[in-house]
Design a protein. Structure first.
Length: 141
């Protein structure tokens, strides 16, 4: 099971330059794992695109339907106390934003703090670097 950050999931819902690369990774990953609040991050990204004129109403409806379908099949890491504690450590050792530290912390919980051989999928450069330093395999998107 691969852990997916919201930055790698959005291109599966709306066409972006990274969409083909993200779709290429998804067929190999029959089990997607995410942080429990990833759906909120994705909705925020989609609504921002809508406000900025990048998505019209029909395209937003399609993206939200795709999000609902994808979310129905993924596994969510929900342990807020454990994720919070790991995120605090990650913030001390990596230059991450709070949401990114929570994403990486959830991924570490998924793999029982043994990330060797596990994949973390993200398009965020700082998060990619931190996940790699923590021991995850991180494809370049």
């Amino acid at each position: 099971m691969n852990f997916w950050d919201s930055s790698a999931l959005v291109p599966l819902l709306v066409e972006e330059p990274a969409s083909a690369d993200c779709r290429r990774l998804l067929p190999d990953d029959s089990a997607v794992a995410v942080w429990a609040l990833t759906v909120v991050e994705i909705a925020s990204s989609l609504r921002r695109k809508e406000r900025e004129g990048g998505l019209d109403s029909p395209a937003m409806d399609v993206a939200l339907a795709r999000l609902e379908a994808l979310a129905a099949s993924w596994t969510e890491i929900e342990s807020i106390p454990l994720v919070r504690a790991k995120a605090m450590r990650l913030l001390a050792v990596h230059p991450l934003r709070a949401a990114d530290a929570l994403q990486l912390a959830a991924a570490l919980i998924l793999v029982g703090d043994e990330p060797r051989g596990s994949t973390f999928v993200t398009r965020d450069v700082r998060l990619r670097s931190a996940a790699h330093r923590e021991g995850f395999q991180v494809p370049v998107l």
